[in-house]
Every structure is written in structure tokens, then in C-alpha cells.
Design a protein around this ligand. Structure first.
Ligand SMILES: Cc1ncc(COP(=O)(O)O)c(C=O)c1O
Length: 425
């Protein structure tokens, strides 16, 4: 029995899933810890790894990641609040966002929270704030866009020529402008880029990081001493959504980086990373129940409770974000080709629009009402998604740890039923 089969069985035994279930998320905390251990083992001691909170903004998940040794990268006031609630200290947090308000910036600088500047207008605000708070311990850097090109998914590619993120390094005289900016501001001690994302090759990501390091060296040389002490190389390691295999691994990325940008590994700089998806995606699953099935135009359609509200990217951009599903009978046995006909299937969600589909025309053992569907690799950007979290949380989340007979499952976020909500009104 695979670990995922064991989780379903245990969840049935203790009645977390039954015929009333709509959809739940499950995070495997043991696997999460192994992932973070693997991350730290892949890079040397001058690397400090922060977690991109947007990928999974659940307090319990963040509390665990902090215990496992990670910091937090936040990109909105909400994420900052959640990170603070999870116990992260100011010096463990880095604030990135292209749309920081005066208030966001002031809060960071007043409270010694590090941040990356996105553009020249933001720099002008920071100039004023640094006069007000000259003793701030915030480590401040510029986010550059190395403009090395995007990967296969344009909506998440951040290093295209026209990306909305960061200071466009290859435009006009921008490189020299940035050197002048650093020369005039001794408090600019960091430099940042986030050049990768799902759909990018490791080599492309390394090109962006190489551009960052070259620029940092040039700035330091022009100043005559090492003013830039920290390089923030972002996150963006892609995840394999087509099988349980973990590829590319952090080790593979470290090997590509070491070959392309050896300076990162020399100990000269503190290196900060901001991985999100690669930390959590493969450590989470969604389980949802098949409410109804029908046949339309010869297609078998299984209607479930997991759709665009928690699988937003897959529903809206299905070609870029295909996801694996596995059917289970209501007794927890996997629905395999040995016990059911395999038919062309659409697995649909509960939302009231036609594109609300998890998979389309997929050959699957024929799902039946009250079956369960496991949606794999959904620990990041899926059930922790803001669309669900900020409105009416319908999807409870459980933490699983331990093995075999000692497997435990605990609720870490309750879901409100409509009755609960109406009662509170
Ligand atoms: C600045 C920054 N850092 C980190 C991340 C996390 O990226 P990923 O989840 O692909 O590792 C993102 C994603 O959008 C980002 O914009």
C-alpha cells in the first residue's frame, strides 16, 4: 500500500472522509520536513532559505516550516500578518511586492523587516523613510529583472522583457543607473532577482542568477569595498506534476548553479532563496467526493467538490497546469483498471461555469457517485488558495504525520458549513 493509500484508509477509519465529505486538503508534515532537510543538504551554509508564503499561507504549515529552519518571503500585508502569527521574527522575513504602499514600507522599515525595492518610485519613498529611520536594521535591496526570457507558462514568467516585476536591467542605461544608485546609498546592501517559475529550465534560471551576481560584483568593485553582502536569488524551482518522482531536485538545481555561478558557493555573500512550490506542492493532496456522474456526448462526467475555488490555475489554464487524479471506492480501495472499465472522463468542480474542470477527456477507471478522487501535488497554490481562504472556507485542511499503524491525522483548518455561517450572521 502506498503512503497515499494509507492516508485515505486512515482518514476513512477515523471518519474524516465519509459520504458527507465535500473536499479536504491534506499536508504530509513528515514529507514536508524531509523536503526542507533536502533543501538545506543541497546548499552550503551561506544559504538561508525562506519560504514563499503565497504558496501555502496556512499558519500551521508556516509554524512547522519555521521549526524546520526556514524564513518567510511575503508579498502582501496579509501574508506578513500570517507569517508573524506563525512566529516568524522580523529578521527572518523578507517583504517583496510590486505594489507596496507608504504604510507597508514604513511598517517594514520601522520594524526592521527586510525588503526588496521594485522600482525607482519606490526607491524615492525609501530614501525619505531612511532619513526618518536611519537606524533601521532592514536589509534593503533592489529587485532586478534580468530580462533573460520566460519559460513555457507566460502568466508566471517573471523575467520576460516586459515583466511587471523589478528594475529592467537590459533597458536603456539602467545597469549604469543602478550602479550609481548603489554608490549613493551605503544602506543598499542586497540585490534580488526571481527569474524562475514553473515551466522554466534550470539553465534559464541560472542565467538570471548569473546576471545578478555579475551586477553585484560590478557594483561592489565600483564602490571599492563589499557594500552588497546579500544576494537574494528568489525561488521558482519547477515541480513535476506528472508522477510522484521529485524532479528537478534541489540538488540538481544546486549543481547547475554551482557550474554557472560558482561565486554563490564561495561564501563571499549571504545567499537567500525564496522557494514556494518546490517546498509544498508534492507534500499535499486534495481528496474530494464524487457527488454525481453522467454521460454527455459520450463523455463520462464526474462532478466533485474540487474546482476553480481551490484549483484556480488548473481550471483557468488547464494546458499549463495539468494535474493527476486517482479514483478510490468509498471503502478506500483504489479504483483500478482491474476492477472498472477505463473510460474517457471529465472530472468537474462545483462552480457554476463550464470550464470548472480538473481534467478533461482523461482515460480513468470509471468513477461512480460516492467515490473519492485524490488530486495529487496540490500542497502549494491549491487548497491554501486565497480564493477559498478569504471567503467562506469550505475546504478543511488536515496534517498527517507518522507511519503505518502510527499514522495520525489532525485538523489544522476547519471548514465552515453554510449552516455555521448563517448561524453566525
Ligand atoms: C519574488 C518571488 N519569490 C518567490 C516566489 C515563489 O516562487 P515558486 O513558488 O515558484 O518557488 C515568487 C512567485 O511568484 C515570487 O514572485
Amino acid at each position: 500500500m502506498t503512503r497515499k493509500d494509507q492516508i485515505i484508509k486512515k482518514a476513512l477509519d477515523i471518519q474524516i472522509i465519509d459520504d458527507r465529505l465535500t473536499a479536504i486538503g491534506i499536508m504530509d508534515f513528515d514529507a514536508l520536513r524531509d523536503t526542507v532537510d533536502g533543501l538545506y543538504a543541497a546548499f552550503p551554509d551561506n544559504f538561508y532559505h525562506t519560504f514563499a508564503v503565497k504558496a501555502n499561507a496556512l499558519v500551521k504549515v508556516l509554524t512547522a516550516l519555521r521549526q524546520y529552519g526556514m524564513g518567510a518571503e511575503v508579498a502582501s500585508p496579509g501574508e506578513l500578518t500570517i507569517a508573524l502569527t506563525a512566529g516568524f521574527q522580523a529578521h527572518e522575513i523578507i517583504y517583496d511586492s510590486p505594489a507596496k504602499t507608504w504604510d507597508d514600507l514604513r511598517t517594514c522599515i520601522q520594524n526592521d523587516i527586510s525588503l526588496n525595492i521594485d522600482n525607482l518610485q519606490e526607491l524615492a519613498r525609501i530614501d525619505r523613510l531612511m532619513l526618518e529611520y536611519p537606524k533601521s536594521k532592514s536589509v534593503i535591496g533592489f529587485r532586478i529583472n534580468p530580462q533573460i526570457g520566460g519559460g513555457e507558462i507566460s502568466s508566471t514568467s517573471t523575467a520576460t522583457a516586459t515583466s511587471k516585476f523589478g528594475y529592467a536591467l537590459a533597458d536603456d542605461n539602467n545597469k549604469q543607473n543602478l550602479i550609481n544608485i548603489y554608490q549613493q546609498r551605503p544602506w543598499l546592501k542586497s540585490l534580488h532577482t526571481h527569474s524562475g517559475s514553473q515551466g522554466c529550465s534550470l539553465e534559464l534560471m541560472a542565467n538570471g542568477v548569473a546576471a545578478l551576481v555579475q551586477l553585484a560584483e560590478k557594483i561592489n568593485d565600483s564602490i571599492g569595498h563589499q557594500q552588497i553582502i546579500r544576494l537574494d536569488i528568489g525561488g521558482g524551482l519547477p515541480v513535476n506534476f506528472s508522477s510522484d518522482q521529485i524532479t528537478p531536485s534541489f540538488k540538481e538545481y544546486a549543481t547547475v548553479l554551482a557550474a554557472a555561478v560558482p561565486t554563490l558557493f564561495s561564501g563571499k555573500y549571504q545567499i537567500k532563496t525564496e522557494f514556494g512550490r518546490a517546498i509544498v506542492a508534492k507534500n499535499g493532496i486534495i481528496i474530494t467526493r464524487v457527488e454525481y456522474t453522467k454521460t454527455s456526448g459520450g463523455r463520462h462526467i464526474a462532478i466533485t467538490h474540487a474546482g476553480a475555488q481551490i484549483m484556480t490555475r488548473t481550471a483557468f489554464l488547464p494546458k499549463s497546469w495539468p494535474i493527476r487524479v486517482t479514483g478510490y471506492l468509498s471503502n478506500g480501495q483504489q479504483r483500478t483498471a482491474a476492477i472498472s472499465d477505463v473510460v474517457a472522463t471529465d472530472v468537474a468542480g462545483p462552480c457554476c461555469f463550464a470550464g470548472d474542470l480538473i481534467c478533461v477527456n482523461r482515460q480513468l477507471p470509471k468513477l461512480q457517485p460516492n467515490d473519492f478522487v485524490m488530486v495529487h501535488d496540490t500542497g502549494g497554490y491549491y487548497f491554501s488558495n486565497h480564493f477559498d481562504y478569504n471567503s467562506l472556507p469550505r475546504v478543511a485542511v488536515y496534517a498527517v504525520s507518522g507511519i503505518e499503524d502510527n499514522l495520525t491525522i489532525k485538523c489544522i483548518r476547519r471548514a465552515d458549513s453554510l449552516q455555521d455561517v448563517l448561524r453566525k450572521m
